[in-house]
Design a protein around this ligand. Structure first.
Ligand SMILES: *Cc1c(COP(=O)(O)O)cnc(C)c1O
Length: 754
């Protein structure tokens, strides 16, 4: 018996075991500990403005890929729960309790508990089949770990179940929503007091986009309702009321404007009409609103409104212009709002996958000149620029779009500009340096320039539940001019904070598409912003790290690709135009970074390596790429075959909703397709040529209906380029991916040979 026990249980007193343990400690654990110290030292960035630690506070912001911060999170959750229960008990402490201890021994009670627990454990088991989003192996969809303060704030407020539809239902979380959205407005560049900006939370970017279109549509038509109402309320004033046209110059009489001029007043001019009638012309505010309201588009509907006001036969339907890479919510919005999806003009992309501004200008010129199917001039409601396109993470050329807008104003044409920053919104934190030291900027100068211009747009969609790393549902719409929100409510665009006790920005429920909405979401966003400021040193650090990691991923793919003989990977990002050929550009890029590591690039005090990295690759933190394989040393040129090949690869590394468990996946990515019909010739054919290694589009190209299947990796993980066990995890990811591709190549070649 004694002998047997000795066999099973190690004898910790034995000298040899002690020695072995000691050696193991010396060999493995101690270097790891000192490595940790070293790796902490190497993440310290030497920059001209001092030494900066890049990662240690980021480590506190998440529960962590391995649940490293479970103690911290449990503490916050249990404090929230206890605190909430004390609060319940302290509200009239001597009230009777309807749930007694003896009840808890009743059979029915015990049965009910039984059922709750059984079902709960069953649910937990099911949930384990979810996507492992927080894993370092998950590089797919736009989702990842949530910030720890975001979840803690959400959990704490969920217990209080406030509804931000009305102040009475959410006396606290409404205020948190207002504060969180003030932060967002400020980060995005809507600053200053005149006009005052305003934002509110929505359930997501889709509803925010639809609301933005809704406000822009109503703004376009408001001058007609106003003029009619003003005439009824005070015809003397209506005879003398003047407005300034977009080109500036001497004010002109409102009553003399023709339909086209009415449809082309500038945003702030329209939003100021009512205020001016009341403040400058002394018209009675209530009477004026009562006369305008019956003639609003909201009230009349398009059919009556058109018959009443839009009788000019030379003027056609209003148009919205969006890039080909638009999110689906925009055409959905155009349909819901009765604008007609056909009046949403899709502008093709340039070789970089961004809205082609020349195409945009041509389209606008055609609409303005009546160079259209119906021969009519069409007013432009809004132009949408996307910051972080859903599929590619690209940033549209906002600076040029705004320059165009300025140029059209000279010709008395105007429209609103909406920025769909549902994905890219939090990258604006890169521009808000709190002065406490340098965090490396890993996005290109082009991208920075576009973000700098955001403050000149009229509305911005931003999703805290995307790059804010917050729990769903949390989207937001920000207005540069708070008065614009009135256009979607049945009220005059007038902000009078003097008369009411409630600050107008606290009135949330009146505006927007939703009714009830979770106060918990607002608390989560609020707490996350409080703990991780919307500055370069807070969220900005997270954004720049993920952009950096995406750039490194791009580099590692190219490097690995250059060493393969049987296949290539072709990332979508286009190389700068000045480089002579793509091959030369890639070689020059790889040479410059040859022998470097993610850490050494950060440690390069000249900043040259980082600059090399920053100017290549994706705009933000999403990378799309496709593979092609070689038969007898030549890349396959049949696009259908290449698509099938990529689908085969994807099949092995995609999450399937078929209930299988997730432990067999080595890595996970997502996929998308570029359609020639939507994306346009320029972008599509450029990428086709690069992927197939050809210089001219084959004449057999079937034209319409063509698509290119690509992989898509959204990099939200700040850690994949940090040294863990001696090398960055991104190396494992690329190696796993390439192993899978090698297997698929072998399979496909074998099938073709058979
Ligand atoms: C995700 C996304 C949306 C839609 O946002 P939801 O929150 O999913 O409704 C809109 N536009 C862009 C660019 C997006 O990435």
């Amino acid at each position: 018996m004694k002998k047997l026990q000795a066999k099973l249980t190690p004898d910790y007193d034995s000298q040899s075991l002690k020695q072995a343990l000691g050696k193991m400690l010396a060999d493995r654990v101690i270097p790891k500990l000192t490595d940790k110290k070293r790796s902490k030292a190497t993440t310290t960035m030497e920059t001209t403005d001092g030494t900066v630690e890049v990662s240690s506070d980021v480590a506190a912001w998440f529960l962590g890929p391995r649940g490293e911060n479970v103690d911290l999170f449990s503490e916050l959750v249990s404090v929230a729960l206890n605190d909430h229960v004390f609060w319940r008990r302290n509200f009239h402490p001597s009230d009777p309790s309807p749930i007694t201890e003896s009840m808890k021994r009743d059979e029915a009670y015990l049965d009910a508990v039984d059922l709750i627990k059984t079902e709960f454990y069953a649910l937990l088991a099911q949930l384990k089949k979810s996507g492992p989003f927080a894993s370092m192996r998950y590089q797919g969809h736009m989702t990842w770990d949530q910030t720890l303060p975001g979840m803690a704030g959400y959990f704490a407020a969920m217990l209080y179940n406030q509804n931000n539809v009305a102040l009475e239902a959410s006396p606290i979380t409404t205020v948190l929503e207002v504060e969180a959205c003030e932060d967002l407005c400020q980060m995005l560049g809507y600053q200053g007091t005149t006009p005052q900006p305003w934002g509110h939370l929505t359930c997501g970017g889709s509803t925010a986009n639809i609301e933005a279109l809704w406000a822009a549509r109503n703004l376009k038509f408001y001058p007609f309702s106003f003029r009619k109402g003003l005439t009824a309320a005070n015809s003397t004033v209506a005879d003398t009321f003047t407005v300034t046209l977009p080109s500036g110059g001497t004010p002109v009489l409102l009553k003399e404007l023709d339909t086209w001029q009415m449809l082309n007043l500038s945003v702030d001019e329209v939003l100021n009409l009512y205020n001016r009638a009341v403040d400058e012309y002394g018209v009675d505010a209530v009477a004026l609103n009562a006369e305008i309201e019956p003639y609003s588009l909201q009230n009349m509907g398009f059919m009556d409104f058109t018959q009443e006001f839009l009788t000019d036969p030379t003027v056609g339907d209003p148009v919205v212009l969006v890039p080909a890479s638009k999110h689906y919510s925009l055409p959905k919005g155009a349909a819901i709002l009765g604008l007609g999806a056909k009046n949403m003009h899709t502008v093709p992309l340039d070789v970089y996958g961004r809205m082609d501004v020349n195409e945009l200008k041509e389209a606008i010129d055609d609409y303005l000149a009546g160079n259209t199917d119906d021969g009519k001039k069409h007013p432009i409601v809004t132009v949408v620029a996307v910051f972080g396109t859903t599929e590619e993470g690209n940033v549209d050329p906002l600076v040029e779009i705004l320059n165009l807008q300025t140029a059209y104003r000279a010709a008395n044409v105007d429209f609103t500009v909406h920025a769909d920053c549902a994905w890219g919104g939090y990258f604006a934190s890169l521009l808000r340096d709190d002065g406490s030291g340098g965090v490396p900027i890993a996005v290109s100068q082009y991208v920075i320039d576009q973000y700098q211009a955001l403050g000149s747009t009229d509305t911005i969609t931003i999703d805290p539940h995307k790059t804010g790393y917050l729990p769903y549902p949390a989207g937001a719409l920000c207005y540069r001019n708070m008065a614009m929100r009135s256009l979607i409510a049945f009220e005059a665009p007038y902000i009078n904070s003097g008369e009411s006790e409630t600050p107008p920005e606290w009135l949330l429920g009146t505006y927007g598409i939703e009714g009830s909405k979770p106060g918990a979401a607002a608390a989560g966003v609020y707490l996350s912003h409080a703990a991780i400021p919307l500055t370069l040193q807070g969220y900005g650090k997270l954004m720049t790290l993920t952009a950096y990691n995406c750039k490194i991923f791009h580099w590692k793919l190219l490097e690995a690709s250059s060493q393969e003989t049987d296949f290539i990977v072709e990332p979508t990002p286009h190389w700068p135009e000045e480089t002579s050929t793509k091959k030369e550009a890639v070689n020059a890029f790889l040479n410059k970074l040859s022998g470097k590591t993610p850490q050494s690039i950060l440690n390069d005090t000249t900043g040259a390596d980082l600059a090399t990295l920053r100017e290549a690759g994706a705009d933000l933190n999403i990378l799309t790429y496709a593979f092609n394989y070689k038969v007898n040393g030549t890349l396959v040129q049949d696009l259908d075959k290449v698509n099938a090949f990529n689908e085969r690869i994807y099949d092995r590394i995609s999450l399937k909703a078929d209930g299988r468990d997730i432990y067999n996946y080595k890595i996970l990515v997502s996929t998308t397709s570029f359609f020639k019909d939507t994306y346009g010739e320029v972008f599509f054919e450029d990428y086709r040529k690069r992927l197939l290694g050809i210089t001219a589009v084959p004449t057999s190209s079937s034209g319409s209906g063509e698509r290119i299947v690509v992989m898509r990796s959204t990099i939200m993980d700040p850690w994949i380029t940090e040294d863990v066990d001696g090398k960055p995890f991104v190396d494992y990811i690329v190696a796993e991916l390439f192993d899978i591709v090698r297997e698929v190549v072998a399979e496909v070649l074998a099938a073709e040979a058979a």
